[in-house]
Design a protein. Structure first.
Length: 166
């Protein structure tokens, strides 16, 4: 007998789903990728406000490419977590030294918006199926890519000016 169901999202009008991935681009990247497992597990076990569900994913064995899918109550919860410790520190360190890996995320909003970023990645996901452009200026942060005003508080990882002075 068929058991056909659907998710009742009426309690989550601002639901956000984010896919994240890290791909090994050179041998030292294996160590970088493996070092994130325990960090991610600890951050999920801390039950950040607004995180509804976290799932680990494996995109490829060769080259190693792992990731996760997370469901968040709303973008503000996701952004607040991303701009606080420990994530903020991880992101700053990664932007300074990618450790032989590439990273990407794609964020999907119940209202239909989508934003994404790819760092040192070959064509992946949306970047494989749509034209790509530099994530600079009005496309530098997730908030800007969504056409939202930046808020006061911690900046997104490293300020754009500092990132591109390297």
């Amino acid at each position: 007998m068929l058991n056909r169901t659907t998710a009742d999202l009426s309690s989550y009008p601002d639901l956000v789903v984010i896919y994240l991935g890290m791909r090994v681009n050179e041998p030292r990247g294996v160590r970088t990728l493996m070092s994130f497992g325990p960090k991610i597990r600890q951050s999920v076990e801390a039950q950040p406000d607004g995180l509804l569900l976290h799932e680990n994913l494996l995109f490829s064995l060769f080259p190693p490419h792992a990731g996760m899918r997370q469901y968040w109550r709303d973008f503000d919860s996701l952004e607040r977590w991303a701009r606080s410790l420990p994530h903020q520190q991880w992101w700053q360190q990664f932007l300074r030294d990618r450790g032989g890996t590439g990273f990407w995320h794609e964020t999907y909003f119940r209202g239909g918006q989508i934003e994404s970023v790819y760092i040192d990645m070959p064509g992946t996901g949306l970047a494989k199926s749509a034209p790509v452009t530099a994530a600079r200026g009005s496309l530098f942060s997730a908030r800007r890519r969504l056409g939202m005003q930046e808020r006061s508080g911690p900046p997104p990882g490293i300020p754009e000016e500092e990132l591109y002075q390297r």
